[in-house]
Design a binder for this molecule. Structure first.
Ligand code: UD1
Ligand code: CA
Length: 452
């Protein structure tokens, strides 16, 4: 796809004091992905020629987290208009359209961006397209002031608005598309003689009108332009993201028994006809194939689950756990960086890490792969059809051949050949009748003591 002649400017210079965080506001995750990356993914749909992020405080964090973008530093936060002014050099010879987005308004939908671009390209040739919305509570948002003919005349910030202007319900989301040939000329006309002492981007509207250009308005749903200012907003955004993901999963054929208790990551992939029971958490990087069942209270991260596998209840799949077709991972089993091949069973209370478990092998309760010596990690290889007795410690590096049996309670440190039986526990001694004799003797002694 060819790139559109569009430059995107993403404002993220304010560090977001109300987050009370050492992490830049736009890097706080939603569904495991920095909020600004949600916005950037949407923006990809526009294929802009340029993507410029305006950064200020904590800029090194933002730059490190977003490789491949252009960054412009706004050393002092003198307002949203000023934040665009600092892009003047970067956009010196640019004559396309400029879309201004806010890094802390992460869910701006692609179709809304497209609608703004289309309005800008319309025959009315507006110099600016403003994204407005009608919030349930207009609060302290900027207000869109229309003239007698109904067209947008200017935007007034709440702090500067009269009572009459504050009664306007159509508000400014902050986002705009601007004719790039005029942008910096209009920015030259801004002043900071206002209630905040800032250069307001919103004043561009009056500047364009003064130049004889008209300004169009696209109206978005409130939910699509919600900004994040503090941790309450962040939790609300997470909830909105999860609600959307759950609907998407169910629409695509995934059964969620209690959807409100299941949590997804931005990249969770689940095929149709998977059932997910209550209280399951999907961390980043999980794929689940059709027919699998994820029982209640399981936690999956970086794991791949093949068709018809059964996970949990209370299972933990950690990064690079690959569960084969029809395999079973039961309660209180942790799997990390391990291939559990088709039909294998690890049903109870085990740790399988840095390992291969062959097809149809059976791993008894309490089996542990001892994969770490305090310095290095080692692999355990268990062959197809092997049977590992309960409470076995497999001290890696170690191999158990196909079809071998390991007796319960063994500590395996050496290769077990295919089809062999390995047993390392001490052999059992038995003294016939000892318990009965012991009881009889002890009871007699007790009676004698009492009698004294
Ligand atoms: C802005 C709008 C207001 C709108 C509201 C919607 C202006 C003047 N006002 O107000 O009309 O209703 O958004 O949420 O634009 N930023 C910088 N550098 C700066 C100042 C801000 O990069 O010098 C960035 C912030 O990091 C943030 C965005 O711009 O991502 C918006 O700034 P903010 O201070 O939140 O604007 P509001 O006062 O909320
Ligand atoms: Ca704001």
């Amino acid at each position: 796809m060819s790139k559109s002649h569009t430059a995107a400017i993403i404002l993220a210079a304010g560090k977001g004091t109300r987050m009370k965080s050492g992490l830049h506001k736009v890097l706080h995750p939603i569904g495991g992905l920095p909020m600004v990356s949600h916005l950037l993914h949407k923006l990809d749909g526009l294929s802009p020629e340029r993507r410029i992020v305006v950064v200020g405080s904590l800029r090194e964090q933002v730059e490190a987290a977003l490789p491949g973008l252009e960054f412009v530093t706004q050393a002092e936060q003198l307002g949203t208009g000023h934040a665009v002014m600092v892009c003047r050099d970067a956009l010196k010879d640019f004559t396309g359209d400029v879309i201004v987005l806010f890094g802390d308004v992460p869910f701006t939908p692609l179709d809304v961006m497209q609608e703004m671009m289309a309005a800008r390209a319309s025959s009315a040739n507006p110099g600016i397209v403003v994204l407005g919305f009608e919030p349930a509570d207009p609060a302290r948002y900027g207000r869109l002031v229309r003239g007698a003919d109904g067209t947008l005349e200017r935007i007034v910030e709440y702090k500067d608005a009269t009572e009459e202007e504050r009664a306007i319900t159509l508000c400014n989301s902050g986002m705009m598309v601007i004719d790039g040939k005029e942008l910096f000329g209009w920015l030259d006309k801004l002043s900071n003689a206002n209630a905040a002492g800032e250069y307001y981007l919103t004043d561009l509207v009056a500047a364009a009108r003064g130049d004889g250009r008209n300004v169009a308005v696209v109206v978005a749903d409130e939910a699509d332009v919600l900004g994040i200012n503090d941790r309450n907003d962040l939790a609300a955004a997470e909830a909105a993201f999860q609600a959307r993901k759950r609907r998407e999963m169910m629409t695509n054929g995934v059964t969620l028994v209690a959807p409100e208790t299941v949590f997804f990551s931005h990249d969770t992939v689940i095929e149709p006809d998977v059932t997910v029971e209550p209280n399951v958490v999907f961390g980043p990087g999980v794929t689940v194939a059709t027919g699998a069942v994820i029982h209640a209270f399981s936690h999956l991260e970086g794991a791949t689950v093949a068709a018809d596998a059964v996970i949990g209840p209370f299972a933990r799949l950690r990064p690079a756990a690959r569960i084969g077709k029809g395999a079973k991972i039961g309660n209180f089993v942790e799997v990390k960086k391990a291939d559990i091949e088709p039909g294998a069973k690890v049903n109870h209370l085990s740790y399988i890490g840095d390992a291969t478990v062959g097809a149809k092998a059976n791993i008894g309760a309490g089996t542990i792969t001892c994969n770490y010596d305090g310095y290095f990690k080692y692999r355990t290889e268990i062959g197809a059809g092997a049977f590992i007795g309960s409470n076995t410690a497999l001290v890696a590096p170690v191999k158990v051949g196909d079809g071998a049996i390991v007796g319960a309670g063994s500590v395996i440190t050496k290769t077990v050949e295919a089809d062999a039986l390995a047993l390392t526990r001490a052999s059992q001694n038995q003294i016939e009748g000892y318990a009965a004799r012991f009881r009889k003797k002890s009871e007699a002694r007790k009676a004698e003591k009492k009698g004294k």
